[in-house]
Design a protein around this ligand. Structure first.
Ligand SMILES: Cc1cn([C@H]2C[C@H](O)[C@@H](COP(=O)(O)OP(=O)(O)OP(=O)(O)O)O2)c(=O)[nH]c1=O
Length: 191
């Protein structure tokens, strides 16, 4: 099978979402410092990281194939939540998200014959969570590598009272925006 793009991501969710639209890819993750800059807005933050991931990958591999990268952050008010550092961090995030609406920002960057970028912003409302639920959820192992310490596609889905926006965007690769960027650069999907 001919490989169409490089996926600059270690996220298995992003691989599954690309499989869903039948794009063939090779995985080449890059590891970057994901600390927000002082006063950086959520839009600037996720767009910068997605662009830096695709740029780092292109710098390592060259530009013989288009490179796709993404970045996802959970945003509550002004607070940008990435992946939790440890149990306390995850518990603190889940307590803050409990009973409230937050936004999930997912940016994508595609470096092919040009550099294309897009962003998806989704509003997610959590029902109130109990302390024992939060403790059990941490024990499940699911929060560890997820922005905001939850996975809507997993056990964390039961916390979600409502959503307005893109489910695939929350999982880490917004499919509407991704297929738009792929089309603009002549990369086929569903082949
Ligand atoms: C909110 C939410 C996030 N996530 C995941 C998507 C991303 O993998 C992760 C956010 O971290 P990212 O830094 O966007 O991605 P990553 O570190 O997992 O992978 P890479 O940088 O190599 O591409 O959180 C879910 O799987 N489900 C959810 O409901």
């Amino acid at each position: 099978m001919t490989v169409q793009i490089i996926l600059a991501s270690a996220s298995p969710r992003r691989q599954e979402l690309l499989d869903q639209i039948k794009v063939t890819y090779r995985v080449h993750p890059v590891d970057l410092d994901e600390t927000p800059l002082p006063d950086e807005t959520p839009v600037d933050y996720v767009q910068r990281l997605a662009a830096e991931k695709s740029a780092a990958c292109t710098a390592q591999l060259g530009d013989s194939l288009p490179v796709l990268a993404a970045d996802t952050a959970v945003v509550l008010g002004d607070l940008i939540m990435g992946k939790p550092k440890d149990r306390d961090d995850a518990v603190a995030m889940l307590r803050q998200l409990s009973g409230k609406m937050h936004r999930v920002y997912s940016a994508i960057s595609l470096r092919g014959r040009e550099h294309g970028q897009a962003i998806s912003i989704t509003e997610v409302t959590f029902r109130p969570l109990t302390e024992s639920e939060i403790a059990a959820y941490w024990q499940s192992g699911e929060p560890l590598d997820k922005a905001g310490s939850y996975a809507i596609q997993g056990r964390g889905g039961v916390f979600v009272e409502s959503l307005s926006g893109s489910f695939s965007g929350v999982v880490g690769l917004p499919l509407f925006e991704t297929t738009e960027l792929l089309s603009k650069q002549g990369i086929e999907f569903f082949k």
